[in-house]
Design a protein around this ligand. Structure first.
Ligand SMILES: Cc1cc2nc3c(=O)[nH]c(=O)nc-3n(C[C@H](O)[C@H](O)[C@H](O)COP(=O)(O)OP(=O)(O)OC[C@H]3O[C@@H](n4cnc5c(N)ncnc54)[C@H](O)[C@@H]3O)c2cc1C
Length: 485
């Protein structure tokens, strides 16, 4: 009997465990370790942040679903990995700490034959002074953050209803932050809500971003086919912001936030401030902060994880000049470089390098977006990692018939504004591949036939449909596996 342990019940980890339990549960043991008792469909947090959905509509309790799946669920936080075991355990194990319930603070060693690290990002608010929902800015990265943001947003709406002007600032809260797409979607939704309330004349809307040009989105921008023409995402994005009456500050590395004021440096090396009444700024991301130890209990974290805490996998991490970056540098099986029975899926794996060109101010401050790993690739990676482990268990040796390089797979990104069947609009962008491949596609960096941008109501329907479809799938309802990642 083999034992597979998954860390993190997010998009990648939950996808992985769904497949593992479907194919292994009868003869093998499948364990999930995750601290939050709920699964959340993070993309819909945007709607919680503007009061169009409640947290209950975007989350569900994991315990009954895992019971149905036959998964041994431990509501706990993984703190360290011991891939070589220790004096008591021959096998690799993970140390976990229970965070709630009667076991609170209890530590346990969970042994494994295969381990998947799907711990996603640590929301690193502490990397920017004054950032975050406990301080001076809002977040929509979790459902409770989004609910809090909605509370603050309503206060601004009330002030506007009383004739007071309000300044809204949305974007990135760290010089190296990623996930611009989520912030972009949120600012469009705020603009939509303000417009709906006929308060636009009292709103100053600002987008602030570490992107060199708007529309970079951490993937070096893209050329998209739109209405038969090839358009850079810079134009696509700027035209959408203009349409919604939103002004922008680009090439900005936010360094500090105080009450109602953001301090940032730009790529010219100038220091500026921007005042706000309401701000939602995405923090920098880091790895979950787990440590790794060898058999002699020596700390080997730097061999297993990159400096940002994300796990090193089958990528080429050799430091290279921007001009030398290659699509093949990106991983395809997500197997740990050091231990063959450990994998990292979703945001937990360390990318070999960015997709956006690294930029530095004259003061030496690096200001550019780090690479995103959105829901679709995270789900696909979770699935192929699970498939490879299922295969390896069945044939008795580690083999990888399944691969999913972000330099080979496409992804769709839907940025919707508004809600309901007739009141919403969305900008839909598909890119193929996600990581540009200038050798294979020397003209546009991607396959221009599949790299498309469209604005309209249909995209909005797709986003709504995705909400219901993916929650259905995540709840493991009948035939869930027919729904793609
Ligand atoms: C507001 C917002 C909107 C977004 N919208 C979209 C969108 O429209 N489309 C899209 O494709 N993507 C979107 N994304 C991105 C998408 O949510 C992420 O790509 C995806 O969630 C990454 O999946 P993951 O499994 O790597 O991490 P997560 O989904 O974050 O899951 C990580 C899991 O690990 C758990 N965990 C953390 N630490 C530990 C530990 N030490 N031990 C055990 N478990 C741990 C966490 O509790 C969590 O359950 C959005 C992101 C945000 C923030």
């Amino acid at each position: 009997m083999a034992k597979v342990v998954v860390l993190g019940a997010g998009i990648s980890g939950h996808t992985a465990i769904s497949y593992l339990s479907k194919y292994l549960k009868k003869e093998h043991e499948v364990v999930m370790v995750s601290p939050n008792s709920n699964f959340q469909w993070i993309p819909s947090n945007i709607w919680v942040g503007v009061g169009l959905m409640t947290p209950d509509q975007v989350k569900f309790e994991l315990a009954p679903v895992y019971k149905k799946m036959g998964v041994n669920y431990k509501q706990a936080l993984a703190t360290s990995i011991h891939p070589e075991g220790d004096a008591e355990n021959e096998k690799g194990f993970v140390t976990i700490k229970y965070v709630t319930g009667e076991n609170e603070r209890k530590e346990e060693k969970v042994t494994y034959d295969y381990l998947i690290n799907g711990t996603g990002p640590k929301l690193n608010f502490d990397a920017t002074e004054g950032l975050g929902p406990n301080k001076f800015t809002q977040s929509v990265c979790t459902y409770d953050h989004a609910e809090h943001a909605w509370g603050r947003l309503q206060e601004s709406f009330k002030k506007m209803e009383n004739g007071e002007r309000q300044t809204f600032l949305v974007g990135t809260g760290h010089a190296l932050a990623t996930c611009q797409g989520a912030a972009f979607e949120y600012i469009l939704n705020i603009a939509f809500e303000i417009n709906k309330r006929k308060l636009s004349h009292l709103a100053d809307m600002w987008w602030i971003s570490n992107e060199y040009e708007l529309g970079d989105f951490g993937m070096g921008g893209a050329y998209v086919k739109r209405n038969g023409y090839i358009t850079p995402t810079k134009i696509f994005t700027e035209s959408i912001l203009k349409e919604y009456g939103i002004r922008w500050i680009k090439r900005a590395g936010v360094q500090k936030v105080a009450k109602g004021k953001v301090f940032y440096e730009n790529l010219r090396g100038e220091f500026h401030t921007k005042e706000f009444d309401f701000a939602m700024l995405i923090p920098g991301f880091a790895g979950a902060g787990m440590k790794a130890f060898n058999k002699d209990n020596e700390d080997i974290s730097l061999e297993v994880f990159a400096a940002n805490g994300m796990m090193k996998v089958d990528a080429d991490y050799t430091p290279k000049a921007y001009e030398d970056w290659r699509a093949e540098d990106w991983p395809s099986t997500y197997q740990s470089q050091k231990y063959e029975n450990i994998y990292a899926a979703g945001i937990a794996f360390a990318p070999p390098h960015g997709m956006s060109k690294p930029m530095e101010s004259p003061n030496g401050t690096k200001i550019f977006p780090t690479p995103p790993r959105t829901g679709m690739p995270s789900g696909v990676i979770g699935k192929i990692v699970a498939q490879n482990i299922i295969h390896s268990i069945k044939v008795g040796k580690i083999e990888h018939p399944h691969a999913a390089s972000m330099a080979k797979m496409g992804a769709a990104c839907i940025v919707s504004a508004g809600y309901g069947l007739f009141k919403g609009q969305a900008a839909v962008m598909t890119v193929n591949p996600i990581v540009p491949d200038w050798e294979k596609y020397p003209k546009w960096g991607r396959n221009i036939k599949d790299t498309v941008g469209v604005v309209g109501t249909a995209g909005h329907w797709m986003k709504l449909l995705m909400h219901y479809m993916f929650l259905y799938k995540a709840k493991a309802k009948p035939f869930w596996w027919l729904i793609p990642e």
